[in-house]
Design a protein around this ligand. Sequence first.
Ligand code: PGA
Length: 259
Amino acid sequence: MARRCFVAANWKMNMTVSQALPFASQLATLTGGEAAEIAIAPPFVALLPVGQALLSSGVALAAQNCHAVSSGAYTGEVSAPMLADVGCRYVIVGHSERRQLFGETDSLVNEKAKAVLAAGLCPILCVGETLEEREQGKTLELISWQLQAGLAGISHESPMVIAYEPVWAIGTGKTATSAQAQEVHAHIREQLRKLWKEAAEQVRILYGGSMKASNAEDLMSQPDIDGGLVGGASLQFVEFAAIVEAAKKATGHKQQRNA
Ligand code: PGA
């Protein structure tokens, strides 16, 4: 059985609620059907209204981050149970911007992933190397470490999505080639097999980093690339809709290959 491709939009710190509302009604018209799953991760303040706009659509709601603790004196933070309460199904954890700009460590990312699971939601756990790490030939070693640390103490029965996002490709217009990305995705799958045995086959591994309509189908048609975490290109309806179509085609290619 081919894994169903998954396209998740990461709006980052873009879109006010007033901008998000008309956009969300457009996004609610997208359909992935059996071939693609779609999720939108708006900023916290837009979660509730965007979630309401998506309510009767096939598009899921996701959050970009959460705190590791469920409630308490953590001024300015948002917890996983709060995200569950507004209708989120997914939470991105360990995005490279969180790691680099907000000092998130692998162990904090692990705590956050566990908090997301405890709230009954599915983490989208991000891993990825910087340009310097790639040039030093450390990519695969680093990814193994991020995965091991990020997934520590998490059972193979937990819902989980992994996103491989090479830091040098995020928002830079430089996409990893499909071969470069597939190499790392295959490595991630291999590490997951070591940890989780056959459960590894069900885990979707998304690619993120300048994914756009023109490269999405090629990337997602690779055997271990099961979708995309899309930043910049998710802010334009036509572009994002084309990526969803590419995901459907990619799932179709894989089903044919597996038949
Ligand atoms: P990008 O961002 O598509 O704008 O490169 C992807 C991400 O950071 O999730």
